[in-house]
Each structure stands twice: as structure tokens, then as C-alpha cells.
Design a binder for this molecule. Structure first.
Ligand SMILES: [Fe+2]
Length: 274
């Protein structure tokens, strides 16, 4: 039933083929957020508690760092083809704090570092991440299917590798340049300030004026964009930037990674300075 609904979501939204949609606008809007604002507010509240805990208990921040270093040397890392996991406190350098959650990192910690299970700030944050990220694997599968590239997610596991990022932007956050995501797809799930996300479709020559905030059918829709891991299929990444606002805000993104992917040396269009 769920799959049928997703199929329906894609067919009804993609009046044109998905590859063409990405070429024309750089994104696909999907009006199927699955969770309400309350759920994401609760996620951000748990994230704040985790941040406070790790900032006041550097020993635990260090333990988490050691666990992450061990995880990226384990086999599981190849499923995601990235080293980005866990907690990044860049509050003093870039005005942002983020957490890259993955189901396998969660499992790895519970198996190898049982003491983490005694920290409510960690358990509660992991549990809500696990719950929220779960349904989006079907959207990534469906997108890959639509594009005729479903083998990109092939592995022993049924679901695509999902890296689930929660980010807190502080008033001191500054953005100067757009970027491309090192992912197969990125799904912008929630933001406390949708207007701050600007993007452009991919083109050889990119100017500041090409970037704008996507016009949404509803404020609660989610946006799917291609990342840089699909260029061998002539699907080019969507450049985007989160602009500064001088306020505290939060965002949640689900990244579809690519099992055993070796980064291609591809030179994408140069990005303009904002
Ligand atoms: Fe990004």
C-alpha cells in the first residue's frame, strides 16, 4: 500500500520524466512529508539537549568521536561511501552544529559501546532519528527506479543507505558560496525557515541571479535534488546554498548515499560567490 502511494506520488508529480524535471528546475517537490511540524520540533528539542550534554561533558563528545573513528574503519562505512558521521560542533568557526545520523552507526554504538545506552540525551536523540528517517528509503528507491538507475543502491541490504542530517544554524552563521552535495540524492525534509534555501538547476555557467528559493505548493512539502554521485548517468548535481539570516534555525535533510561508490573526478560548473 505504501509503495503504491509513493508510485502515485511520483507519477502525479512528474508530469515530465524525473531526469527532465531535474534538468529544468533542479528539484522535485513532493507533498508527502510523512511527519508533522510537531515531530520535527521534537527532533530539534532532542538535538538541543544532545548539544548541551556534549558541550558540557567533553568526555562524552570525545567518546563519540572515538566511536565514529572506529565506525569509519569498519565494513559498514563502504555501504555509505562517506566519512561523515556523528557530531560536528562548528559553533565557533562556521556558526553551525550538525549531526549525521545513520542506522548502522546507531547499531554500532549500541553493540560496541554499551555505556552510551545509559545516557538519555543520546538514546532519545538516536531513537527519534531512527523513527523519522525510516520511510524515506522508499522515495529514494522510487527516484532511482524512475531514472532507470536502480542498481546504484544494490547491496545485500534492501534499503538505500540513508545519512540523516540535523543541523542547527546559529545567528553567527555566514554563507558565501553554494555547494553540491556528495550524495546520490538529497531530500530536504524540514526547515524552520524554508526561504533561506536557494538553489538553481545545473548549468555550465552559474550566476548569483540563477539562485532562488523554490516556489512551493505547500510550506510542508519536501524537496528532492540530485547530488554529485550520479554524473556518470548524465544527471548533474543541483547547486544550493543556505543563506544567512542572523537567527537561530534548524533543518533536517536525508541523504541517499551509494554503496561502494568510488568518487569520480568530475569537474562541475564553478559556483559564484555570494
Ligand atoms: Fe547541501
Amino acid at each position: 500500500m505504501f509503495i503504491i502511494f509513493i508510485l502515485f506520488t511520483f507519477q502525479s508529480l512528474c508530469a515530465i520524466p524525473l531526469a527532465e524535471q531535474f534538468k529544468q528546475t533542479g528539484y522535485l517537490e513532493i507533498c508527502d512529508k510523512k511527519y508533522g511540524i510537531e515531530k520535527f520540533d521534537s527532533l530539534y528539542a532532542h538535538f538541543d539537549k544532545l548539544i548541551e550534554f556534549l558541550q558540557t561533558n567533553p568526555v562524552w563528545a570525545q567518546k563519540l568521536y572515538i566511536a565514529k573513528e572506529r565506525f569509519i574503519r569498519s565494513k559498514a562505512k563502504h555501504f555509505y561511501s562517506t566519512d561523515f558521521f556523528s557530531f560536528y560542533d562548528e559553533s565557533t568557526t562556521r556558526g553551525q552544529i550538525s549531526f549525521y545520523y545513520s542506522m548502522h552507526f546507531h547499531e554500532f554504538i549500541y553493540t560496541n559501546y554499551k555505556e552510551f545506552k545509559q545516557v538519555p540525551e543520546i538514546i532519545r536523540f538516536f531513537e527519534i532519528c531512527l523513527e523519522i528517517q525510516k520511510p524515506y528509503g522508499d522515495i529514494f528507491n522510487e527516484a532511482a527506479n524512475e531514472l532507470g538507475i536502480k542498481t546504484i543502491f544494490s547491496s545485500k541490504l534492501e534499503q538505500p543507505p540513508i545519512l540523516f542530517k540535523i543541523i542547527k544554524y546559529l545567528p553567527s552563521y555566514i554563507a558565501t558560496k553554494p555547494h553540491y552535495d556528495g550524495t546520490a540524492f538529497s531530500l530536504f525534509l524540514d526547515s524552520t525557515d524554508n526561504q533561506s534555501l536557494l538553489l538553481s538547476s545545473y548549468k555550465a555557467l552559474l550566476k548569483i541571479d540563477d539562485f532562488s528559493s523554490p516556489a512551493r505548493t505547500t510550506q510542508t512539502s519536501i524537496l528532492l535534488i540530485p547530488g554529485s554521485f550520479l554524473s556518470e548517468f548524465s544527471i548533474y548535481p543541483t547547486p544550493h546554498i543556505v543563506t544567512k539570516s542572523g537567527k537561530t534555525r534548524y533543518a533536517t535533510i536525508a541523504f541517499a548515499m551509494r554503496p561502494n561508490y568510488i568518487s569520480q573526478i568530475t569537474k562541475f560548473a564553478t559556483l559564484p560567490n555570494f
